[in-house]
Write a protein that binds this ligand. Structure first.
Ligand code: ADP
Length: 377
């Protein structure tokens, strides 16, 4: 493992192609793939390259909700979800908790019960919502965990089984199985600069760079894809929650109990256009750190969740006050499951996106099996 530029990078013995597989990006998807390759194809020598640390503070992984649930999946994806849950349990042990997950509705739906009955034991949850607006609820099983921990555990297990890891290194893919690696360092004026550059060749490259991957495919490999990206903010609601408080979901908004309060996970409506830069919006003339789309969603839900209309909702003053990350949208669709794609003779793309909590490990494993079966090369 090479963590910083003080450790000189000395890839394997063959200077032309020291690795069989280069995985670019050590978020949860890249890390999961590295681990799955050590299981399905232990003969392959793999290098995992990450621009930041593990987990990277800028990546989608660290801010992902970490909610496994089949509540929003079609039946055809339940098998992959259950497989992912078994795998999460094996990797995370006690770091995954089971919780109830309630979808709240204004109309009865198949399997729904009165919200008041389902939340009878949770007065703190009842205090957040208006039962007149959301009288019906359906309970689902769910499990919560930290996706950042998952990325760490998967990468560490892969390293123990022989994968190499290069941190603080920006990778750029090129056609023909070539990758340039810039090892980054920080100057004493806090600027990130390139310390040294390496070029590696490998028969197989996997872009697991999250929301960056579709742009990298287009700019550096000349392959246009249908994948896109969206910026998601996860504001804080300072209402109290406990270890067994249910996750609540209504009209696309998820209230995820976390750290004794709630993290709000707003819906993703569509891809963000190329060149879009997120910026804070205004609420009744006052600048906030929540962008316009997120504000509109939350204002629209204030009748259902009066708690959103109180000072418990952290609005911030500028974008930097509200945690947010770019998320890949497989196929450009907010509802699409994680996916992998063959881009050219040497390169695969591996994308997590909004459903990575529930299906990401399965998709990474599927790509590892494909590579092990020889169809990846
Ligand atoms: P996912 O859920 O798909 O794993 P993330 O955004 O969490 O998505 O992970 C992508 C990872 O790829 C991040 O940790 C990010 O720092 C890393 N990354 C993005 N671009 C590059 C790059 N050019 N070189 C190396 N790593 C990169």
């Amino acid at each position: 493992m090479w963590a910083h530029v003080g450790q000189s990078f000395t890839p394997g013995t063959d200077p032309q192609a020291p690795y069989d597989v280069l995985i670019l990006g050590a978020g949860r998807m890249g890390s999961a793939l590295a681990l799955a390759l050590t299981e399905h194809a232990p003969h392959l020598k793999t290098l995992l390259v990450e621009e930041g640390g593990l987990p990277n503070e800028d990546g989608a992984t660290i801010l992902a909700p970490g909610i496994w649930t089949t509540a929003h999946l079609p039946d055809s994806q339940h098998g992959a979800a259950r497989w992912t849950l078994e795998r999460l349990r094996a990797l995370l042990g006690d770091d995954i908790q089971s919780r109830r997950y309630l979808t709240l509705h204004d109309q009865p739906t198949p399997g729904s019960q009165p919200t008041r009955d389902l939340l009878g034991a949770h007065p703190q949850s009842l205090a957040l919502l208006d039962l007149g607006v959301l009288p019906h609820a359906r309970a689902h099983g769910a499990h919560t965990y930290r996706p950042g921990t998952l990325a760490q555990v998967a990468a560490q297990s892969a390293i123990r089984r022989g994968t190499d890891l290069l941190l603080n290194t920006r990778a750029t893919p090129h056609p023909g199985g070539r990758v340039t690696l810039e090892r980054l360092t920080v100057t004493n004026t806090h600027q990130v600069v390139t310390h040294e550059t390496h070029t590696l060749h490998a028969p197989l490259i996997v872009l697991a760079t999250g929301a960056h991957a579709p742009t990298q495919a287009e700019h550096h490999l000349g392959v246009h894809t249908r994948h896109a990206r969206a910026y998601r903010q996860t504001p804080h609601l300072a209402a109290p929650s406990t270890e067994d408080t249910p996750v609540l979901h209504a009209h696309g908004l998820t209230l995820r109990p976390q750290h004794g309060a709630y993290t709000l996970i707003p819906p993703i409506h569509h891809r963000d256009p190329h060149g879009y830069a997120p910026q804070g919006g205004h609420l009744t003339g006052v600048p906030t750190g929540l962008r316009r789309e997120t504000l509109e969603d939350l204002v629209g839900l204030m009748d259902a969740f009066p708690a959103l209309a109180t000072s418990d909702l952290h609005l911030g003053r500028s974008l930097a006050d509200i945690p947010g990350a770019w998320l890949a949208l497989p196929g450009g669709q907010p509802g699409a499951p994680p996916t992998h794609d063959r881009l050219d003779d040497h390169t695969h793309l591996l994308l997590g996106g909004p459903h990575a909590d529930t299906l990401g490990l399965w998709t990474a494993d599927e790509l590892a099996r494909q590579i092990a079966g020889g169809s990846g090369q």
